[in-house]
Ligand binder design. Structure first.
Ligand code: UTP
Length: 289
């Protein structure tokens, strides 16, 4: 039903310095593949084949990663490195029947401003946005879970997750009205509230379904205190205008990768679960702790 996905990757990635100076943070590894590969796999497993990156000027590294590599495949074949050839072929498989395109964000003026750059490529249809810092480990892809809500309501849908009270101050926390199992009508979004001001224990995760109406709001949005246009402020403006936005508390594990500590924890989580590395790593951790 939804055909297009937007992934903004034009931020500065300051929390990953100096790593993000050496390589775009989306190409940092999560166990044995780059973070962005998990995101593309979720998109493809949700039946979406049209992927739009919002990139910094000339920053094509992520796009290049998904390019075919016939030369490398040929060498691996000649040298009979079948296992490694398999890895490269998996990547080719992901990129098959996928349209990758990009819009450029000239200056890092905020995540909302980044999405606005994709307007021309989106056109008139609803679309999904994925923030690559948020990896979701789930049986049913998170996007499919959100789409099921969108199918009936045809309004924007945001992924939500319950968090412990002492952590709420790090997130956008929503005020909600519960309307069905896991489904909420969002009333307000409060960025980084103190525990006493948090309106619920549900926080915004980087998966959204938008309708093109969001572009009207992004176009009108003026940059906030830091000179940036934030998606959360734009959504808040839509809510205050009486627009309806739903939230869905998805089923699955949220693996945060936006700062070094969370990224390391996510690496632990996935590597301990990994069929090939997990058992040996568990033994090793017991040995060294
Ligand atoms: P973040 O808030 O994580 O910012 O952006 P960041 O720049 O990536 O990292 P820090 O805060 O400096 O460490 C959320 C998503 O929005 C994109 C980022 O690339 C990230 O995927 N983004 C952010 C843009 O594309 N453009 C921007 O101007 C800001």
């Amino acid at each position: 039903m939804i055909k297009k996905a937007v992934i903004p990757i034009a931020g500065l990635g300051t929390r990953f310095l100096p790593l993000s100076k050496a390589s775009p943070k989306e190409l940092l590894p999560l166990v044995d593949k780059p973070e962005i590969q998990y995101i593309i796999e979720e998109i493809k497993n949700s039946g979406i084949n049209d992927i739009i990156f919002v990139i910094r000027p000339k920053a094509k590294e992520v796009l290049n990663y998904f390019q075919k590599s016939p030369k490398l495949e040929k060498i691996l074949k000649e040298r009979k490195k079948e296992n490694f050839l398999e890895e490269v072929k998996k990547l080719t498989e992901i990129s098959k029947n996928t349209s990758f395109s990009w819009a450029v964000q000239k200056e890092p003026l905020g995540d909302g401003h980044a999405i606005l750059q994709a307007k021309k490529l989106i056109g008139k249809d609803p679309f999904v946005v994925l923030f690559p810092d948020d990896i979701i480990d789930s049986k049913t892809p998170c996007l499919i879970q959100l789409e099921q809500v969108f199918k009936t309501c045809q309004k924007p849908v945001i992924a939500l997750k319950k968090m412990p009270k002492e952590k709420l101050h790090r997130y956008g926390v929503v005020k909600v009205e519960k309307i069905a199992n896991r489904i909420y009508k969002i009333k307000k979004i409060i960025e980084k509230p103190s525990p006493e001001n948090a309106p619920s224990d549900l926080v915004v995760v980087g998966r959204y379904i938008h309708t093109p109406e969001v572009f009207q709001y992004l176009e009108k949005a003026s940059p906030g205190r830091k000179g940036e246009i934030y998606m959360s402020e734009v959504l808040e403006k839509m809510l205050s205008d009486g627009k309806i936005i739903y939230g869905y508390e998805f089923e699955g594990e949220w693996l945060e990768c936006g700062n070094k500590l969370d990224w390391l924890k996510s690496n632990f989580y996935l590597s301990l679960k990994h069929p090939k590395f997990g058992p040996e790593l568990k033994k090793y951790i017991r040995e060294i702790t």
